[in-house]
Design a protein around this ligand. Structure first.
Ligand code: ZN
Length: 294
């Protein structure tokens, strides 16, 4: 034993020092991350032609809305999550299309996910089937939005689910956009509306039902397509900022000129993932700090 210690003494001491140093580093990086973090940061990831938004609160609560068209979301998450963090509290799938669900398959494989929220509509694709298979396999709690719901989390922050207001569970739709999960983040007097791929019919319903009012930031519906961001809707919600998630040079011509001019007409400052890269929005004591990273 003694001989063993003599031989390996140097290595053992180094191992101990390294271990203590690692512990110290982990502790300090956690403290550093918490003390410098804003109340809430919202990232609109540049995932190409698709959608993915990430909400990260100072207390560590993390919510991912959609995952984009491929595994790129993993590197986006890796850049903004602490390296020792291997869990995400909630995943919201707005609807079943591949440019929203595919990246979530990789996220479900890589991270421990606490809960999944979706619209539950029937949709027959390999990507959506795989997404559902992993949820079942890992026994992840799943909630289907079939009425307005509110999720309270960090320090008065609320994620309000505004749509669908009825059950689409198992129903096959001609256009699955009609069941898009629409949510609004309210924090410190600021409101961010996540439209998924909701189109004009949902925009109109939200207005007529009084579900939306004046907001600060709009994640424009359907990648800035002319199917969405109707001027009637925009005149009610009057966002100061609009974020459009679209791929550079995408074949759909997103965002449309119509949407860009509708947004310009109400004076919204427009950010685009295809031009600006990932857009980061921090809310701290009710103030916004916006930054972009290509
Ligand atoms: Zn879609």
């Amino acid at each position: 034993m003694l001989k063993f210690f003599e031989i390996y003494r140097k290595q053992i001491i180094w191992a101990v020092v390294f271990f203590l140093f690692s512990l110290n580093f982990i502790t300090w990086s956690s403290v550093f991350a918490v003390s410098n973090a804003p109340g809430i940061a919202v990232y609109f990831f540049d995932v190409g032609q698709g959608d993915s938004e990430f909400i990260s609160a100072k207390d560590g609560t993390q919510i991912l809305i959609d995952g984009g068209p491929n595994a790129k979301v993993l590197s986006d998450l890796g850049r903004v999550m602490p390296y020792y963090d291997n869990s995400i509290d909630l995943i919201v799938l707005t609807h079943q299309h591949a440019d929203h669900v595919t990246g979530l398959i990789d996220v479900l494989r890589r991270y421990k996910v606490g809960m999944v929220i979706e619209n539950g509509a029937g949709y027959n694709t390999a990507e959506y089937a795989e997404f559902e298979r992993i949820i079942t396999e890992k026994n992840i709690k799943k909630i289907i939005i079939d009425r307005p719901e509110e999720l309270l989390f960090y320090n008065g922050a609320v994620l309000k689910f505004l749509y669908p207001e009825r059950s689409y569970d198992g129903e096959t739709l001609k256009n699955v956009h009609d069941a898009t999960v629409v949510s609004e983040l309210d924090f410190e007097g600021r409101k961010i509306l996540f439209m998924g791929d909701a189109e004009k019919n949902i925009e109109a319903r939200l207005v007529y039902e009084g579900a939306v009012g004046n907001i600060d930031v709009l994640k424009a519906g359907h990648h800035g397509s002319k199917t969405s961001s109707n001027d009637f809707f925009l005149n009610i919600i009057k966002p100061e900022y609009a974020v459009i998630s679209a791929g550079e040079g995408n074949r759909y011509g997103h965002p449309s000129q119509q949407t860009l001019s509708n947004l310009a007409n109400i004076g919204a400052k427009i950010f685009r993932t295809d031009l600006d890269g990932t857009i980061k929005l921090e809310i701290n004591k009710g103030n916004f700090v916006l930054s972009t990273q290509k």
